[in-house]
Design a binder for this molecule. Sequence first.
Ligand code: 1GP
Length: 247
Amino acid sequence: MQVEEYLNKIAESEGTVHLTLIDPASQTPDQAAEIAHAAVLGGTDAIMVGGSTGAGGVLLDQTLLKIKERTDKPTILFPGNASGVSKHADAIFFMSLLNSRDINYITTNQAMGAPVVYKSGIEPISMAYIIVEPGGTVGWVGDAKLIPKHKPELAVAYALAGKYLGMHYTYLEAGSGADLPVTPEMIGAVKHVLGDNKLIVGGGIRDGETAKMCALAGADMIVTGTILEESSNVTAKIEELVSAIKK
Ligand code: 1GP
C-alpha cells in the first residue's frame, strides 16, 4: 500500500494519525533508531525524518537506514530544503512553504529536489506548509510571514490556496518546541474549508490532553518531535498521545 493511502485509511477508520518526527541533527543514527523503535511500540503510525538545519546528506541516509532496521512503519521525509531528500525513505512530504517571503522555500528547493525524488522512486505526497506564530527555527529559516495565532482567516486563505493548487495535505506548523500549539479555532476553521483533504498539525504538542484538543478541533494527523527527544520513556509518552487521539 502506498504511504498516502495508508495514512488516509487510518485517519478515516481509526481516528487521528500520530506521526513521530525525528530530526537527524539531534542525535546519532543509532539513537534515532532507538526512538523510532520505542515510538512504534507505543503505537505511532509512521516516522517523519527531517529538520531545518543540518538534517541532510550522509547523516540523513544513515538515520533512515538505521530506523528501517528497527521498524517496518513507513518513513516519510520532512525536508528543510533540497538536501533533505534520500532514496532510503518510503515517501516525502513534497511541500511548499506557502507563506514564505523567499522563493527558495516556495518553488526553488522543490525544483532542485524533484529530479532526485523522481529518480529515487520514493512517493511524493503534496503538501501546503503554513507556519503560524511563534514559528520557531523553521519560521526564521524559511523566512515565513508568520500567520498571527488569533487570525484563523489568514490560515484559511492559505489553506484554500494550497487546496486549489492541488495539494492533498495541509500542515499547520507552530514551530518545533513552540510554547503552545496552533489554536483549536484555527484548526477548526482550516479543516472546515479543507473538507476531505487532510490536515496535519504540529509544533508544541506535549501531552495527551493537548493532542486530543487538536484532534477534536479537526486535525487528521498530529506530529510530535521535541517531547520525544526530552522523554525518558518514549513508548509511554507515545501511548499517552495515541490513546488520546484514536477512536
Ligand atoms: C516541528 O511540528 C513539528 O516541525 C513538531 O513540533 O517538536 O514541538 O513536537 P515539536
